[in-house]
Ligand binder design. Structure first.
Ligand SMILES: Nc1ncnc2c1ncn2[C@@H]1O[C@H](COP(=O)(O)OP(=O)(O)OP(=O)(O)O)[C@@H](O)[C@H]1O
Length: 733
């Protein structure tokens, strides 16, 4: 048969299948009106709605492939199941076991498949067909895959269902009851595979798992928006997608803090500190508690109140539940003495509030972080005094004005759990870019898993930030252990073309020694462009390069370190260009401005990386961050720099030990004590007339380059102990 005849005969099949799909859609539309009463109609409407979604949209291609078995049997494979009027299957949906041959058959292992035929369509019209005869090809040259990989990108990830590769398929269909770690280099399809795995699991376990029972956690809001369309396109509406910060209560965000502090807040031992601090709010009763109930005084012996308190403390309930228990017990004690149920009596409520004050996460955390005394008491011997000092901060004057850092969010979530108990839990949880999450963030993910069934996605070579990892064990240690964990690699790089990856790959030897590079599957359209310029031209050149790509119709990402952001924005504005900014949660304009951290998980047709040396210097694992930046392209890569385009020797930012940080190591209380000690020495050693002079000289000795000031008030520099000049000032809290 000629190619044209082939296409025509396939088109006839497609048209017939589309007709049956339309007929089924019509039937479903009629269904609710066939109900005998309103309750049944509502039920039928829901059923019809779900069934209609499972048919896909009216205009889409009925199938993306056809599998011809050695036995002569033929199967069409599509996103959705299509039957004829007698119930015969015209197209199998991709999740069905009958479709497995499409994904699993490779030239090395044809698994009974003689031919795979891929359809390229516009709507339901076949434009082209590509045949792979298993016995005739020596290696996997998958034209359909290559066409798919070189298609222009937008701000939304697409589904890959038509071109899922065999190794990916094995992970998509792996059993549910495990912690499946999908690891692999940039662009190996980890995120795509994890999302298709959700669709697969929802189909296989449809009897006991609905879309709303699945949670997908991403690293930041832009990423979550980027992947948001994949599951709906596969017919799975209703899966919950959140960035890791959105696991916490909804509070004003955006507070910045030093990495060293974020690191302390992210440590698992913070959970113990919070629990102890909460426990410390529980008070002790007076020897006798006198209450006015219903116009009568009732005295409860302190011992009995203490017993009620001890019983509440011992209950296996969250803080609020145990508080209620205490309330019930105290009410029972009052009722036993008065014969009246005191439910709702203020006096009981007041006593409960004194002994077991009501708490909410934000108010509690603000008070805790604002008090060195509370922090120190709760720290036990698990935190150094320098760490306690680093945690301390002065809160906003009103709780409503408080803003919270990223690391605070997981503390708030932990507190919500300690106070009110576990919230919503899910039958399956996917966590993407998991390699960067702190133990406290991982705890927030873990407590949302009802069953211990998780898909964990990431790449250690891309792990950066306060909690950069070198081993999956460090991540798994904080995740549920009810099911076995399995680490499974993906090897082939589908996103990044050969030229761009060749630019990035030398970084691996510094960033993650021992990590195998990905095996790139295709060539790109151009060599990497390196633009070395003077500092004054840096932003302007970056914008010129970005504009050229945008004018050629490409979706462009400009990866820009923080210090270059303003100049690049100014240059974009000066060129009359509009742009989307990932830090405003936008993505999708022709030009997108992103920080190296925000670049994680994203991809563009063309990427312009600005000043790699600064990217390296901006993180303790800066070489990994640059590796991330250079591997975001599906086509073109340009580097605009004043120095080395791929600086292997440039130093990454060292992690400051907490002890070296002045405000962390040295509290105001300690400063106050030292000032008193020095003042005592001065008082004993010299007459008052010389004190100013001596203090001025002390300052000059300590900081010889400072201009020597004359007045006594200047004898203490900013940041130095103020208490030296006002010893009566109360220290700390
Ligand atoms: N089998 C496939 N068919 C078509 N496209 C694919 C396939 N596998 C991966 N891709 C494409 O490759 C790109 C990279 O995929 P994805 O973002 O899932 O990779 P990743 O491993 O999560 O990358 P990173 O580590 O950089 O976040 C996406 O555009 C995806 O659609």
């Amino acid at each position: 048969m000629s190619r044209e005849a082939d296409i025509a005969s396939e088109q006839a099949y497609f048209d017939a299948a589309a007709k049956h799909r339309d007929r089924r859609r019509d039937d479903l539309r009629q269904l609710p009106s066939a109900a005998a009463h309103t309750g049944a109609a509502a039920h039928l409407r829901r059923y019809a709605e779900t069934a209609r979604r499972a048919l896909g949209s009216a205009g889409e291609a009925v199938a993306f492939g056809r599998v011809d078995a050695e036995t002569g049997e033929t199967r069409y494979v599509g996103r959705h199941l299509i039957r004829d009027a007698d119930g015969g299957v015209l197209v199998v949906n991709w999740h069905a076991p009958a479709a497995a041959g499409w994904f699993e058959a490779t030239p090395d292992n044809p698994a009974g498949v003689r031919r795979k035929r891929a359809f390229t369509c516009t709507g339901n019209t076949i434009e082209d067909i590509t045949d792979t005869i298993m016995a005739e090809i020596a290696e996997a040259v998958d034209a359909q895959l290559l066409a798919e990989l070189t298609r222009g990108r937008t701000g939304s990830m697409r589904d890959i269902v038509a071109t899922i590769q065999a190794a990916q398929f094995a992970l998509i269909r792996a059993p549910r009851d495990q912690v499946l770690v999908i690891e692999g280099g940039p662009g190996t399809g980890k995120s795509a595979v994890a999302l298709h795995r959700v669709s697969w699991l929802l189909f296989q376990h449809r009897a006991d798992m609905a879309a709303a029972d699945v949670l997908v956690v991403g690293p930041h809001p832009t990423f979550v928006r980027y992947i948001g369309q994949v599951l709906p396109a596969l017919g799975d509406e209703g899966v919950e997608l959140r960035d890791v910060g959105r696991l916490a209560p909804d509070v004003p965000r955006g507070r910045t803090e030093r990495d060293a502090v974020a690191r302390i807040k992210g440590a698992a031992r913070m959970a113990g500190l919070l629990a102890r601090a909460l426990d410390a709010r529980i008070g002790a009763p007076d020897p006798a508690e006198r209450l006015l109930v219903g116009g009568r005084f009732v005295t409860l012996p302190g011992v009995e109140v203490a017993e009620a308190l001890a019983a509440a403390r011992a209950a296996a309930l969250p803080y609020a539940g145990r508080r209620q228990l205490l309330r019930d017990r105290l009410a029972a004690l009052v009722a036993a003495r008065t014969g009246v149920d005191p439910a709702g009596a203020d006096a009981v409520g007041n006593l409960v509030e004194r002994l077991w004050p009501q708490q909410n996460p934000t108010g509690f955390l603000r008070d805790l972080l604002g008090s060195t005394a509370r922090l120190r008491a709760a720290a036990a011997d698990e935190f150094t005094s320098a760490e306690v000092a680093a945690l301390h901060r002065r809160g906003a004057d009103r709780l409503s004005r408080e803003t919270w850092s990223a690391a605070d969010l997981s503390l708030l979530d932990e507190l919500a759990y300690l106070i009110d108990g576990p919230g919503r839990r899910y039958a399956h949880v996917v966590v993407d870019e998991a390699q960067d999450l702190s133990p406290m963030q991982l705890r927030a993910v873990a407590r949302r898993s009802a069953t211990g069934s998780l898909t964990v996605v990431g790449d250690l070579a891309q792990s950066t930030g306060s909690w950069a990892r070198d081993s999956w064990d460090e991540v798994l240690a904080h995740l549920p252990t009810g099911h076995p964990a399995r680490i499974t690699p993906l090897r082939y790089g589908y996103r990044v073309p050969r030229q761009a990856y060749a630019t990035a790959v030398p970084l691996l030897s510094v960033a993650a020694p021992g990590t195998a590079p990905v095996e790139v599957v295709r060539d790109g359209p151009a060599e990497t462009g390196v633009h070395r310029v003077g500092l004054a031209e840096l932003a302007g050149r970056a914008v010129t390069v970005a504009r050229e790509h945008a004018e050629a119709g490409r979706f462009v990402g400009v990866v820009c370190p923080p210090r270059q952001r303003r100049p690049v924005e100014a240059a974009l504005a000066a060129n009359g260009m509009t742009w989307s900014s990932a830090d405003r949660g936008e993505l999708g304009g022709a030009v997108n401005l992103i920080s190296p951290q925000e670049a994680k998980g994203l991809e563009f047709d063309a990427v312009v990386v600005v000043e790699p040396e600064e990217i390296v210097a901006s993180d303790e694992r800066g070489h990994r961050l640059l590796y991330v930046a250079l591997t975001r392209t599906t086509g073109y890569l340009d580097i605009v720099c004043t120095g080395d385009p791929v600086p292997l020797d440039a130093p990454a930012r060292p992690r400051p030990p907490v002890d070296d940080e002045p405000d962390a190591a040295f509290t105001r209380r300690e400063a106050h004590r030292l000032a008193e000690h020095l003042a005592g020495q001065l008082r004993g050693a010299a007459p008052p007339a010389f004190w100013d002079d001596i203090l001025t000289q002390v300052r000059a000795t300590l900081r010889p380059t400072d201009p020597v000031s004359s007045g006594p008030a200047d004898a203490v520099s900013p940041g130095q102990p103020q208490a030296a000049v006002s010893p009566g000032q109360p220290a700390d809290d």
